[in-house]
Design a protein around this ligand. Sequence first.
Ligand code: SF4
Length: 383
Amino acid sequence: MNSNKNLQNLIVDQSQQKSASVTELKKHHLNLKKCTKAPALADYRQGKKTLYLASKKGEVFNQCASLDERYLCCHFHVIHSISNCPFDCSYCFLQNYLTNTTTTLITDTKAILAEIQSKVSQNSWYLYRIGNWELGDSLVFNPITKQTNELIEGIKNFPNVLFELRTKSDCVDEILDLNHQQKTIVSWTVSPDCIIKQEEHGTASLKKRLQAMQKVIKAGYLIGLHFDPMLYFKGWETAYSRLVKAIFQAVSPQNISWISIGSLRFNPEMKKTIEANFPTTKITTPEMITGNDRKMRYVKPLRVKMYQHLYQEIRKQEAKIAPKNPIWIYLCMERWDMWQKVFGFYPKSIQENDFLLVQSLAQRFPQLVSQPNWELYQQLKIE
Ligand code: SF4
Protein backbone atom coordinates (compact mmCIF):
# COMPACT_ATOMS: atom_id res chain seq x y z
CA MET A 1 0.00 0.00 0.00
CA ASN A 2 1.46 3.35 -1.02
CA SER A 3 0.55 5.53 1.91
CA ASN A 4 1.62 8.83 0.36
CA LYS A 5 0.17 8.55 -3.14
CA ASN A 6 -2.69 10.96 -2.41
CA LEU A 7 -0.62 13.47 -0.50
CA GLN A 8 -0.39 16.78 -2.34
CA ASN A 9 1.19 18.84 0.44
CA LEU A 10 3.70 17.99 3.11
CA ILE A 11 4.14 20.79 5.59
CA VAL A 12 6.64 20.77 8.43
CA ASP A 13 6.44 22.93 11.51
CA GLN A 14 9.64 24.93 11.93
CA SER A 15 10.33 23.22 15.27
CA GLN A 16 10.16 19.73 13.70
CA GLN A 17 12.84 20.19 11.03
CA LYS A 18 15.26 17.96 12.91
CA SER A 19 12.74 15.38 14.11
CA ALA A 20 13.34 11.72 13.24
CA SER A 21 10.16 11.69 11.13
CA VAL A 22 11.30 14.57 8.95
CA THR A 23 14.73 12.96 8.52
CA GLU A 24 12.89 9.81 7.42
CA LEU A 25 10.61 11.72 5.04
CA LYS A 26 13.60 13.33 3.36
CA LYS A 27 14.87 9.86 2.42
CA HIS A 28 11.72 9.47 0.31
CA HIS A 29 12.59 12.63 -1.68
CA LEU A 30 9.23 14.19 -0.93
CA ASN A 31 8.76 17.89 -1.33
CA LEU A 32 8.53 19.38 2.17
CA LYS A 33 7.36 22.93 2.88
CA LYS A 34 8.27 24.73 6.10
CA CYS A 35 5.79 26.76 8.11
CA THR A 36 5.61 28.59 11.40
CA LYS A 37 1.82 28.50 11.72
CA ALA A 38 -0.39 25.41 11.57
CA PRO A 39 -2.31 25.23 8.28
CA ALA A 40 -6.09 25.46 8.77
CA LEU A 41 -8.26 23.69 6.20
CA ALA A 42 -12.03 23.36 6.42
CA ASP A 43 -12.73 21.03 3.49
CA TYR A 44 -12.72 17.42 4.73
CA ARG A 45 -11.35 15.85 1.57
CA GLN A 46 -8.76 18.61 1.01
CA GLY A 47 -7.51 18.02 4.56
CA LYS A 48 -6.84 14.38 3.68
CA LYS A 49 -4.35 15.45 1.01
CA THR A 50 -2.25 17.64 3.29
CA LEU A 51 0.03 16.17 5.95
CA TYR A 52 1.27 18.55 8.60
CA LEU A 53 4.11 17.42 10.85
CA ALA A 54 3.47 19.23 14.06
CA SER A 55 5.02 19.93 17.43
CA LYS A 56 3.18 18.85 20.58
CA LYS A 57 1.12 21.66 22.07
CA GLY A 58 -0.68 20.93 25.33
CA GLU A 59 -1.70 17.48 26.58
CA VAL A 60 -2.30 14.55 24.22
CA PHE A 61 -3.09 11.80 26.76
CA ASN A 62 -6.73 11.28 27.65
CA GLN A 63 -9.56 8.82 28.29
CA CYS A 64 -11.42 7.53 25.23
CA ALA A 65 -13.89 10.25 24.17
CA SER A 66 -16.74 7.70 24.10
CA LEU A 67 -16.51 7.19 27.89
CA ASP A 68 -20.05 7.44 29.21
CA GLU A 69 -21.09 5.84 32.48
CA ARG A 70 -24.50 4.96 31.03
CA TYR A 71 -22.73 2.45 28.76
CA LEU A 72 -20.37 -0.37 29.56
CA CYS A 73 -17.11 1.26 28.52
CA CYS A 74 -13.81 -0.69 28.39
CA HIS A 75 -11.85 2.21 29.94
CA PHE A 76 -9.34 2.66 27.16
CA HIS A 77 -6.90 5.60 27.04
CA VAL A 78 -5.86 7.51 23.98
CA ILE A 79 -3.05 9.75 22.78
CA HIS A 80 -4.05 12.30 20.20
CA SER A 81 -0.95 12.25 18.05
CA ILE A 82 -2.83 11.88 14.74
CA SER A 83 -5.76 13.84 13.39
CA ASN A 84 -7.55 12.95 10.13
CA CYS A 85 -6.68 10.17 7.76
CA PRO A 86 -6.00 9.61 4.05
CA PHE A 87 -8.65 6.87 3.87
CA ASP A 88 -12.26 7.81 3.17
CA CYS A 89 -14.75 5.58 5.01
CA SER A 90 -18.38 6.57 4.51
CA TYR A 91 -19.17 6.04 8.20
CA CYS A 92 -16.15 7.96 9.54
CA PHE A 93 -17.18 10.32 12.35
CA LEU A 94 -14.29 12.65 11.55
CA GLN A 95 -16.27 14.12 8.64
CA ASN A 96 -18.57 15.71 11.20
CA TYR A 97 -16.07 16.25 13.98
CA LEU A 98 -12.98 18.05 12.69
CA THR A 99 -13.05 21.81 12.29
CA ASN A 100 -9.47 21.94 11.04
CA THR A 101 -9.27 18.99 8.65
CA THR A 102 -5.52 19.20 7.94
CA THR A 103 -4.11 15.74 8.50
CA THR A 104 -1.77 16.28 11.42
CA LEU A 105 0.90 14.04 12.87
CA ILE A 106 2.72 15.09 16.02
CA THR A 107 6.33 14.18 15.41
CA ASP A 108 7.57 15.39 18.80
CA THR A 109 7.66 11.78 19.91
CA LYS A 110 9.94 12.33 22.91
CA ALA A 111 7.45 14.85 24.31
CA ILE A 112 4.55 12.40 23.76
CA LEU A 113 6.43 9.63 25.56
CA ALA A 114 7.34 11.96 28.43
CA GLU A 115 3.68 12.85 28.93
CA ILE A 116 2.61 9.20 28.86
CA GLN A 117 5.29 8.33 31.40
CA SER A 118 4.27 11.11 33.76
CA LYS A 119 0.60 10.00 33.62
CA VAL A 120 1.03 6.23 33.90
CA SER A 121 3.58 6.42 36.70
CA GLN A 122 0.87 7.92 38.96
CA ASN A 123 -0.94 4.55 39.06
CA SER A 124 1.80 1.98 38.84
CA TRP A 125 -0.55 -0.94 39.76
CA TYR A 126 -2.92 -0.15 36.88
CA LEU A 127 -2.48 -1.55 33.35
CA TYR A 128 -3.07 1.27 30.88
CA ARG A 129 -4.26 0.21 27.44
CA ILE A 130 -3.40 3.15 25.23
CA GLY A 131 -4.08 3.72 21.54
CA ASN A 132 -3.29 6.51 19.09
CA TRP A 133 -6.08 5.77 16.62
CA GLU A 134 -9.09 7.65 17.94
CA LEU A 135 -8.75 10.37 15.28
CA GLY A 136 -6.86 8.53 12.55
CA ASP A 137 -5.03 5.40 11.40
CA SER A 138 -2.04 4.21 13.45
CA LEU A 139 0.09 2.83 10.64
CA VAL A 140 -0.74 4.45 7.34
CA PHE A 141 2.03 7.09 7.51
CA ASN A 142 4.60 4.88 9.20
CA PRO A 143 6.27 3.77 5.94
CA ILE A 144 7.30 7.38 5.25
CA THR A 145 7.75 8.77 8.79
CA LYS A 146 8.49 5.79 11.07
CA GLN A 147 6.86 7.85 13.83
CA THR A 148 4.98 4.77 15.07
CA ASN A 149 8.29 2.91 15.38
CA GLU A 150 9.48 5.53 17.84
CA LEU A 151 6.33 5.09 19.92
CA ILE A 152 6.59 1.29 19.92
CA GLU A 153 10.24 1.42 21.01
CA GLY A 154 9.56 4.03 23.69
CA ILE A 155 6.42 2.48 25.16
CA LYS A 156 8.00 -0.96 25.58
CA ASN A 157 9.91 0.53 28.52
CA PHE A 158 6.74 1.41 30.48
CA PRO A 159 5.90 -1.61 32.66
CA ASN A 160 2.19 -0.83 33.08
CA VAL A 161 1.26 0.02 29.48
CA LEU A 162 0.01 -1.94 26.50
CA PHE A 163 0.02 0.15 23.33
CA GLU A 164 -2.62 -0.65 20.74
CA LEU A 165 -2.20 0.32 17.11
CA ARG A 166 -5.33 0.17 14.97
CA THR A 167 -5.33 0.24 11.22
CA LYS A 168 -7.14 -0.57 7.99
CA SER A 169 -3.84 -0.60 6.11
CA ASP A 170 -1.25 -3.29 5.48
CA CYS A 171 1.64 -0.96 6.34
CA VAL A 172 3.47 -3.29 8.72
CA ASP A 173 6.85 -3.96 7.09
CA GLU A 174 8.60 -1.15 9.01
CA ILE A 175 7.58 -2.50 12.43
CA LEU A 176 8.54 -6.15 11.91
CA ASP A 177 12.15 -5.94 13.11
CA LEU A 178 11.52 -3.76 16.16
CA ASN A 179 12.29 -4.85 19.72
CA HIS A 180 8.63 -4.54 20.80
CA GLN A 181 8.58 -7.11 23.61
CA GLN A 182 4.89 -7.71 22.83
CA LYS A 183 4.00 -4.43 24.55
CA THR A 184 2.36 -3.28 21.32
CA ILE A 185 -0.79 -4.97 20.08
CA VAL A 186 -1.40 -4.49 16.35
CA SER A 187 -5.14 -4.34 15.72
CA TRP A 188 -7.27 -4.24 12.63
CA THR A 189 -10.77 -3.06 12.00
CA VAL A 190 -12.26 -5.92 10.02
CA SER A 191 -15.22 -5.89 7.64
CA PRO A 192 -16.54 -8.17 4.90
CA ASP A 193 -14.80 -7.55 1.58
CA CYS A 194 -17.96 -6.08 -0.01
CA ILE A 195 -18.05 -3.42 2.74
CA ILE A 196 -14.35 -2.68 2.33
CA LYS A 197 -14.95 -2.08 -1.39
CA GLN A 198 -18.16 -0.06 -1.00
CA GLU A 199 -17.57 1.89 2.21
CA GLU A 200 -13.89 1.91 3.25
CA HIS A 201 -12.40 3.76 0.30
CA GLY A 202 -8.64 3.57 -0.12
CA THR A 203 -8.08 0.98 2.63
CA ALA A 204 -6.34 -2.39 2.25
CA SER A 205 -8.43 -5.32 1.03
CA LEU A 206 -9.32 -8.08 3.48
CA LYS A 207 -6.72 -10.34 1.86
CA LYS A 208 -4.00 -7.73 2.40
CA ARG A 209 -5.09 -7.11 6.00
CA LEU A 210 -4.94 -10.86 6.67
CA GLN A 211 -1.49 -11.11 5.12
CA ALA A 212 -0.34 -8.18 7.26
CA MET A 213 -1.72 -9.92 10.37
CA GLN A 214 0.29 -13.02 9.51
CA LYS A 215 3.44 -10.92 9.11
CA VAL A 216 3.16 -9.21 12.50
CA ILE A 217 2.31 -12.49 14.24
CA LYS A 218 5.45 -14.00 12.73
CA ALA A 219 7.34 -11.01 14.15
CA GLY A 220 6.04 -11.89 17.64
CA TYR A 221 3.24 -9.36 18.05
CA LEU A 222 -0.20 -10.13 19.41
CA ILE A 223 -3.05 -8.79 17.32
CA GLY A 224 -6.47 -7.33 18.14
CA LEU A 225 -9.64 -7.43 16.04
CA HIS A 226 -12.43 -4.87 15.90
CA PHE A 227 -15.66 -5.81 14.16
CA ASP A 228 -16.73 -2.21 14.47
CA PRO A 229 -18.78 -0.83 12.90
CA MET A 230 -20.81 -3.91 12.00
CA LEU A 231 -23.06 -2.86 9.13
CA TYR A 232 -26.50 -4.14 8.23
CA PHE A 233 -27.06 -4.97 4.55
CA LYS A 234 -28.71 -7.65 2.45
CA GLY A 235 -26.69 -10.82 2.97
CA TRP A 236 -24.94 -9.58 6.16
CA GLU A 237 -25.20 -12.94 7.95
CA THR A 238 -23.37 -14.90 5.26
CA ALA A 239 -20.85 -12.10 4.75
CA TYR A 240 -19.94 -11.94 8.46
CA SER A 241 -19.78 -15.76 8.74
CA ARG A 242 -17.35 -15.83 5.80
CA LEU A 243 -15.33 -13.00 7.29
CA VAL A 244 -14.87 -14.82 10.61
CA LYS A 245 -13.96 -18.05 8.82
CA ALA A 246 -11.39 -16.26 6.64
CA ILE A 247 -9.79 -14.62 9.68
CA PHE A 248 -9.53 -17.86 11.68
CA GLN A 249 -8.12 -19.69 8.66
CA ALA A 250 -5.39 -17.05 8.47
CA VAL A 251 -4.57 -16.52 12.16
CA SER A 252 -4.73 -18.60 15.32
CA PRO A 253 -6.93 -17.51 18.25
CA GLN A 254 -3.81 -17.88 20.41
CA ASN A 255 -2.35 -14.76 18.81
CA ILE A 256 -5.45 -12.61 19.36
CA SER A 257 -5.40 -10.45 22.48
CA TRP A 258 -8.99 -9.18 22.36
CA ILE A 259 -11.93 -8.71 20.03
CA SER A 260 -14.44 -5.88 20.08
CA ILE A 261 -17.84 -5.74 18.43
CA GLY A 262 -19.87 -2.60 17.80
CA SER A 263 -22.50 -1.46 15.33
CA LEU A 264 -22.79 1.65 13.20
CA ARG A 265 -23.47 4.77 15.28
CA PHE A 266 -23.31 8.48 14.59
CA ASN A 267 -24.73 11.80 15.73
CA PRO A 268 -28.08 12.67 14.08
CA GLU A 269 -26.54 15.67 12.28
CA MET A 270 -23.98 13.41 10.63
CA LYS A 271 -26.60 11.62 8.53
CA LYS A 272 -26.80 14.53 6.09
CA THR A 273 -23.02 14.86 5.95
CA ILE A 274 -22.64 11.18 5.05
CA GLU A 275 -25.29 11.46 2.35
CA ALA A 276 -23.64 14.58 0.90
CA ASN A 277 -20.12 13.14 0.98
CA PHE A 278 -21.12 9.64 -0.20
CA PRO A 279 -24.21 10.00 -2.44
CA THR A 280 -24.30 6.30 -3.38
CA THR A 281 -23.92 4.81 0.10
CA LYS A 282 -26.84 2.92 1.62
CA ILE A 283 -25.56 2.91 5.20
CA THR A 284 -28.06 5.54 6.35
CA THR A 285 -31.15 3.70 5.07
CA PRO A 286 -31.85 1.07 7.82
CA GLU A 287 -34.14 2.09 10.67
CA MET A 288 -32.21 3.71 13.52
CA ILE A 289 -32.99 5.15 16.95
CA THR A 290 -31.26 7.87 18.97
CA GLY A 291 -29.77 6.76 22.31
CA ASN A 292 -29.15 8.76 25.51
CA ASP A 293 -25.68 9.54 24.25
CA ARG A 294 -27.32 11.29 21.21
CA LYS A 295 -25.94 8.63 18.86
CA MET A 296 -28.11 6.94 16.29
CA ARG A 297 -27.92 3.14 16.22
CA TYR A 298 -29.83 0.28 14.59
CA VAL A 299 -32.94 -0.69 16.55
CA LYS A 300 -32.21 -2.97 19.47
CA PRO A 301 -33.68 -6.27 18.15
CA LEU A 302 -31.53 -5.93 15.06
CA ARG A 303 -28.39 -5.16 17.06
CA VAL A 304 -29.04 -8.17 19.28
CA LYS A 305 -29.45 -10.41 16.24
CA MET A 306 -26.29 -9.10 14.56
CA TYR A 307 -24.13 -9.34 17.69
CA GLN A 308 -25.40 -12.82 18.59
CA HIS A 309 -24.69 -14.09 15.11
CA LEU A 310 -21.16 -12.70 15.01
CA TYR A 311 -20.37 -13.80 18.57
CA GLN A 312 -21.51 -17.37 17.88
CA GLU A 313 -19.51 -17.50 14.64
CA ILE A 314 -16.35 -16.36 16.46
CA ARG A 315 -16.79 -18.88 19.29
CA LYS A 316 -17.53 -21.64 16.74
CA GLN A 317 -14.26 -21.00 14.90
CA GLU A 318 -12.29 -20.54 18.13
CA ALA A 319 -13.64 -23.87 19.51
CA LYS A 320 -11.80 -25.73 16.75
CA ILE A 321 -8.57 -25.37 18.71
CA ALA A 322 -10.33 -25.87 22.10
CA PRO A 323 -8.44 -23.12 23.95
CA LYS A 324 -8.03 -23.37 27.74
CA ASN A 325 -9.10 -19.75 28.10
CA PRO A 326 -11.25 -18.08 25.44
CA ILE A 327 -10.47 -14.74 23.80
CA TRP A 328 -11.93 -11.73 25.63
CA ILE A 329 -14.74 -10.39 23.46
CA TYR A 330 -16.49 -7.15 24.37
CA LEU A 331 -19.17 -4.86 23.05
CA CYS A 332 -18.28 -1.23 22.39
CA MET A 333 -20.72 1.40 23.67
CA GLU A 334 -23.58 -0.89 24.62
CA ARG A 335 -25.51 -1.26 27.85
CA TRP A 336 -25.55 -4.01 30.45
CA ASP A 337 -28.71 -5.65 29.10
CA MET A 338 -27.17 -6.00 25.64
CA TRP A 339 -24.20 -7.88 27.15
CA GLN A 340 -26.63 -10.19 28.93
CA LYS A 341 -28.50 -10.92 25.70
CA VAL A 342 -25.37 -11.53 23.64
CA PHE A 343 -22.89 -13.07 26.10
CA GLY A 344 -25.19 -14.35 28.87
CA PHE A 345 -23.46 -12.20 31.52
CA TYR A 346 -22.44 -8.62 32.15
CA PRO A 347 -19.77 -6.88 34.22
CA LYS A 348 -21.44 -4.86 36.99
CA SER A 349 -19.38 -1.72 36.37
CA ILE A 350 -16.82 -0.13 34.07
CA GLN A 351 -14.20 -1.07 36.69
CA GLU A 352 -15.24 -4.73 36.52
CA ASN A 353 -15.23 -4.65 32.72
CA ASP A 354 -11.68 -3.28 32.77
CA PHE A 355 -10.62 -5.83 35.42
CA LEU A 356 -12.06 -8.80 33.50
CA LEU A 357 -10.28 -7.79 30.31
CA VAL A 358 -6.94 -7.58 32.14
CA GLN A 359 -7.64 -10.85 33.98
CA SER A 360 -8.22 -12.53 30.63
CA LEU A 361 -4.87 -11.22 29.37
CA ALA A 362 -3.13 -12.40 32.54
CA GLN A 363 -4.58 -15.90 32.16
CA ARG A 364 -3.77 -16.15 28.46
CA PHE A 365 -0.48 -14.23 28.32
CA PRO A 366 1.11 -14.56 31.80
CA GLN A 367 4.51 -13.63 30.38
CA LEU A 368 3.08 -10.23 29.48
CA VAL A 369 0.44 -9.30 32.06
CA SER A 370 0.25 -10.11 35.78
CA GLN A 371 -2.95 -10.96 37.65
CA PRO A 372 -4.91 -7.78 38.39
CA ASN A 373 -5.98 -6.91 41.92
CA TRP A 374 -9.79 -6.61 42.19
CA GLU A 375 -9.57 -4.61 45.45
CA LEU A 376 -7.67 -1.89 43.62
CA TYR A 377 -9.93 -1.96 40.55
CA GLN A 378 -12.95 -1.43 42.80
CA GLN A 379 -11.43 1.84 43.98
CA LEU A 380 -10.60 3.05 40.48
CA LYS A 381 -12.08 6.48 39.76
CA ILE A 382 -13.76 6.78 36.36
CA GLU A 383 -13.63 10.44 35.32
S1 SF4 B 1 -9.74 4.50 8.57
FE1 SF4 B 1 -10.79 5.29 10.41
S2 SF4 B 1 -10.10 7.41 10.58
FE2 SF4 B 1 -9.63 6.72 8.48
S3 SF4 B 1 -11.38 7.37 7.25
FE3 SF4 B 1 -11.75 5.25 7.91
S4 SF4 B 1 -12.95 5.44 9.84
FE4 SF4 B 1 -12.00 7.44 9.42
